[in-house]
Design a protein around this ligand. Structure first.
Ligand SMILES: [Zn+2]
Length: 74
């Protein structure tokens, strides 16, 4: 990669460096798309499944960066 691209700031300039997007497993629900929530009082807590808000039930979340390519295992 050219030094110009490394120093280019996409916020203020039109860079040749592409913006990388990737999807990774949602940390909140672990990829299932649902989370367990408890309703009711402490003594009579009821366990139910709710759609994960972090990923909208998709199980994956999308991220974008122009600065680095993330480690898929990270
Ligand atoms: Zn999720």
């Amino acid at each position: 990669m050219a030094l110009e691209d490394e120093l280019c700031d996409v916020e203020v300039r039109n860079c040749r460096t592409p913006v990388y997007t990737w999807e990774h497993t949602c940390d909140t629900c672990g990829g299932s798309g649902t989370v367990v929530s408890y309703t009711g009082s402490r003594k009579k807590a009821r366990r139910r499944l709710a759609t994960c808000l972090a990923c909208s039930g998709l199980g994956v979340v999308r991220s974008a960066s122009a600065r680095f390519i993330p480690d898929p295992n990270g």
